[in-house]
Design a protein around this ligand. Structure first.
Ligand code: SF4
Ligand code: ZN
Length: 359
């Protein structure tokens, strides 16, 4: 990043370049999204205004709503919490904001990042709720990894996290949950879903709001926000975030689409937005079968199977058969192929570098 930060401390040059927005101050950075030379103040303004426009144009919130921010302590959710509280005041959204964190029980990673979220709670004056895998499922990720090793751990973690967020949001009695997924994440998901031929997921992965039929809708105010700009914003604003990767983060799958997108961005910054646009414009043929949603017979959570994925995985753990529900095992749901698809799909969600993953 250092190469993109221009030395703004130098004296104002005679006839030198000025910020392309205000044409008054010295540029402090090259804006990754547009490559404009821009000063810090104008960068903050355009960065925040773009997010405000996304919120307004997509009718993400209604006045008086209670909103949980999925907070991992990473850069995306930290910037989201900061910007959302600023915009809420500045534009009078009238929202009640909360931080919602998941404690997966990963020593040396989540315990440290939770400390960051606890500081954010004070810094931004947002009430924090933490729900843990241990209290919800009786297992920590440390215990799961001890049992199953470092294969499939992210499948367990991803399935459990999804439900944990919904359960935490229900405890907070919020109307919506917002997550820090950024434009790079969404472009990556579009590509992965194409590579996997997962049409059901492809059709909804670009939606700014999802789960409107489920218990709590989720939205992504950073849908068009570039990761590099989030990092720069956090850096210049000196926001307090945690940047270490999860100690159980896998190396095999996750990197490919991400690296590919970064290469494209280097040549043409618009590539990220173009991939998202392509994802949005796909039309799904009516012959593609979409899974029907029902409820898990055991815990009541939304599921297209008899038992939801978390219950299947949990049953496996508790019976000492952790492979139940993973791969091609004949599991508790008799339609094990569909079941498999769900497992794979979850991997798709987790395919980004989870160390900085903001749910
Ligand atoms: Fe969980 Fe992410 Fe760590 Fe995998 S990399 S174990 S999904 S926190
Ligand atoms: Zn400027």
């Amino acid at each position: 990043m250092a190469s993109e930060v221009v030395d703004a401390t130098a004296a104002k040059p005679r006839g030198g370049r000025f910020c392309t927005v205000c044409n008054d101050r010295r540029p402090a950075l090259k804006r990754p999204k547009t490559l404009e030379q821009i000063c810090k103040e104008c960068f903050y303004a355009v960065f925040e205004d773009e997010i405000h426009r996304v919120i307004v144009d997509n009718h993400l919130f209604k006045p008086g709503e209670r909103i949980a921010i999925g907070a991992s302590g990473g850069k995306d959710s930290t910037v989201l919490a900061y910007v959302l509280s600023e915009l809420n005041i500045r534009h009078g959204y009238g929202l009640d904001l909360f931080l919602l964190s998941i404690d997966e029980g990963i020593t040396g990673y989540r315990d440290d990042s939770l400390e960051t979220v606890k500081r954010n709670e004070i810094q931004y004056g947002l009430p924090l709720k933490v729900v843990s895998y241990k209290e919800l499922y009786g297992w920590t990720m440390d215990e799961i990894v001890k049992l199953i090793g470092l294969k499939n751990n992210c499948t367990f973690c991803g399935v459990f996290r999804r439900q944990a967020l919904d359960r935490g949001a229900a405890l907070l009695k919020v109307d919506k949950l917002v997550t820090g997924h950024n434009a790079d994440d969404i472009a990556e998901t579009v590509l992965l879903n194409i590579l996997r031929g997962d049409i059901a997921r492809l059709s909804r992965c670009t939606s700014i709001t999802t789960g409107e039929d489920g218990p709590i809708p989720r939205c992504k105010p950073f849908k068009y926000t570039y990761e590099k700009e989030i990092v720069m914003y956090a850096y210049f604003k000196r926001l307090d975030y945690f940047s270490t990767e999860c100690i159980y983060s896998p190396n095999a799958y996750r990197g490919f689409a991400r690296e590919f997108i970064k290469d494209l961005e280097r040549i043409r910054p618009r590539a990220i937005l173009d991939i998202i646009k392509s994802g949005e414009d796909f039309r799904i043929s009516t012959s593609t079968k979409m899974p029907e949603q029902g409820n898990c017979e055991r815990c009541g959570y939304i599921s297209s199977q008899k038992w939801c994925k978390a219950c299947v995985l949990l049953e496996g753990l508790n019976r000492g058969l952790p492979k139940l529900g993973i791969g091609r095992t004949r599991g508790l749901n008799n339609e094990s192929n569909k079941d498999m698809k769900e497992t794979n799909g979850t991997k798709g969600l987790q395919s980004k570098q989870c160390g900085t993953l903001d749910f």
